[in-house]
Design a protein around this ligand. Structure first.
Ligand SMILES: Nc1nc2c(ncn2[C@@H]2O[C@H](COP(=O)(O)OP(=O)(O)OP(=O)(O)O)[C@@H](O)[C@H]2O)c(=O)[nH]1
Ligand SMILES: [Mg+2]
Length: 319
């Protein structure tokens, strides 16, 4: 008789085994490393190994950021991009940065559904992270998740963020190269002109070019990008109709290689590393401040500035 309780036993792995499995590209090792880091279990020792390993590694993942306003087609684009890359026999890791707060949770269900037809596939990995840390600032786990995926030797690591405020600025620091996706209509002509993110990205992907108003938007864009210093390139495509995807892949590959050859990639990655040190510092200090404020006594007669300064001094900070 079959045992009705057929629960799979969770494999007990030491940190050493998790690391070894991770660098062999094993799914269990990857999932376990991410959850250990996310739960802040053995964070420092496992991450130290991962960063040291990645620094010496020849195979570098292409870390590509995809940002843009809601509904421009980022997830649709990522799913067709992933499909095309998988057909080439490449390994793709996707990280969706979820703008909802860590308290309300809420994984990006839409992305999961859009990618569903590509699963199960050992060469494809998807995970979403909340963009904000518990105490504000971008979630430092996202940067470390990129390092984990790189240790697992994914060929491409694609990060999707909703283009709102600080998140889209931060994604530029997180990636080797970043594309801003726009679509005709939706009033983004005004949005992208206003946001300033256009000056930070390498590429503008004009999606939904199957729509009749697309050429008007490209016209506005062309005149605008001529004025900005970085002159981002513009690629027109339709994710929905799967048109222009191969050209996009070719563009990304060439641009990435160019960045590698002229030393810019190395420079960007150094900046990313520095940015992440600051991220962790803000996260750690932020947590301590949060705890202090929650538990602290209220004294309306005292100046909040004075309390802040004296407490920081007590903690040994130079202020
Ligand atoms: N006509 C047309 N529609 C598209 C194209 N790409 C995506 N769409 C549609 O646009 C809508 C939004 O697509 P998503 O991929 O969810 O957009 P998104 O940018 O990921 O949206 P958020 O994650 O909510 O920010 C869906 O209804 C898609 O089917 C395209 O190339 N042409
Ligand atoms: Mg999406």
């Amino acid at each position: 008789m079959r045992n009705k309780v057929s629960k799979k036993k969770r494999l007990v792995l030491t940190e050493e085994e998790v690391f070894r499995r991770l660098i062999q590209g094993d799914e269990v090792g990857l999932a376990r490393a991410l959850s250990m880091i996310y739960r802040e279990e053995a964070t420092s020792s496992l991450l130290s190994r991962i960063y040291a390993y990645n620094a010496d590694k020849k195979h570098k993942s292409k870390v590509i950021g995809i940002t843009g306003a809601g509904g421009v087609g980022k997830s649709t684009l990522i799913s067709v991009l992933a499909e095309a890359l998988l057909k080439k026999g490449l390994r793709i890791g996707i990280i969706a940065v979820d703008p909802s707060s860590p308290k309300t949770g809420g994984a990006l269900l839409g992305d999961r559904i859009r990618l569903q037809h590509l699963f199960p596939n050992p060469n494809l990995f998807f995970r979403s992270f909340s963009s904000r840390g518990m105490v504000g600032g971008i979630n430092p786990f996202i940067f470390d998740a990129v390092a984990v995926l790189e240790a697992a030797s994914f060929d491409y690591i694609i990060i999707e963020t909703l283009g709102i405020g600080q998140d889209e600025i931060d994604i530029v620091h997180m990636c080797d190269l970043t594309a801003l996706v726009i679509a005709p209509g939706l009033g983004d002509d005004v949005q992208f002109l206003k946001s300033g993110v256009i000056e930070l990205v390498d590429l503008i992907v004009m999606n939904k070019s199957d729509l009749p108003t697309a050429s008007r938007t490209v016209g506005i864009l062309n005149s605008y990008t001529r004025m900005v210093e970085n002159h981002p390139d513009i690629i027109k495509l339709s994710a929905y109709k799967k048109q222009g995807i191969m050209e996009l892949i070719e563009y990304i590959d060439n641009k990435w290689q160019e960045l590698l050859d002229n030393g810019s990639l190395e420079k960007r990655r150094m900046e990313r590393w520095k940015f992440q040190v600051g991220n962790w510092m803000r996260y750690i200090i932020g947590k301590r401040i949060h705890k202090f404020v929650e538990k602290g006594e209220v004294n309306p007669k005292a100046s909040p500035y004075e309390i802040a300064i004296s407490t920081l001094k007590e903690w040994g900070c130079e202020v």
